[in-house]
Ligand binder design. Sequence first.
Ligand code: CDP
Ligand code: CDP
Length: 212
Amino acid sequence: MTSFTIAIDGPAAAGKGTLSRLVAEHYGFHHLDTGLTYRAVAKALLDAGLPLDDEAIAEKTALEIELAGLDRSVLAQHAIGEAASRIAVMPAVRRALVAAQRRFAAREPGTVLDGRDIGTVVCPDAPVKLYVTASPDVRARRRYDEIIAAGGSAEFDTVFADVKKRDARDMERADSPLKPADDAHLLDTSEMSIDAAFRAARDIIDAALKTD
Ligand code: CDP
Ligand code: CDP
């Protein structure tokens, strides 16, 4: 038996993580939020007072990241998402993290990986690729609502500007830019509930599992 991999990519706050968790639970597959691996490197550098722009130091940190020990609390930390997108432009960092992500993808019976380059670089042979997106306005609204719900404070305009800035950095970098794989199914969740997005994904995955 070999592993069945579902690749889920898309921009910040598109709903990738929520969808990936539901899909992994439904099929009994292992799930890896690859954004957490980039966030873990950024957090380790910040905590140690190390620079974010030294590729050799960032690579050494990336090689030491343990997938089993990934900390989900960094998800809510806005500054870490921003720092993560800065170290994510470095090829040596990406090489180190992609190697660990590929080992994870091979786990049986199946895996769901979500990120920016899963369908294009990490698992180009994945039998199912979804590119989840939503308009920048809707994504900024979701991020804003999350910050407020967590008891934080923010200006919507600032969150909107940050979402656009992160989109630009992720889409314009030279190494593994964010873009849909040629064979990805596009899922625009701007006007979709979480449940509707899950049902659409399930139909696509069920069809692929039948032909696998
Ligand atoms: O992983 P990613 O940054 O792409 O997004 P997420 O963390 O899954 O979703 C961001 C927020 O949008 C969460 O609070 C979700 O509950 C919400 N969401 C939504 O309101 N409607 C959807 N169809 C998908 C997500
Ligand atoms: O949750 P959100 O979509 O805001 O971000 P994330 O998935 O936690 O990722 C944080 C940053 O890591 C992204 O803005 C990307 O720059 C980078 N990343 C990447 O380059 N490749 C991936 N496969 C996953 C994340």
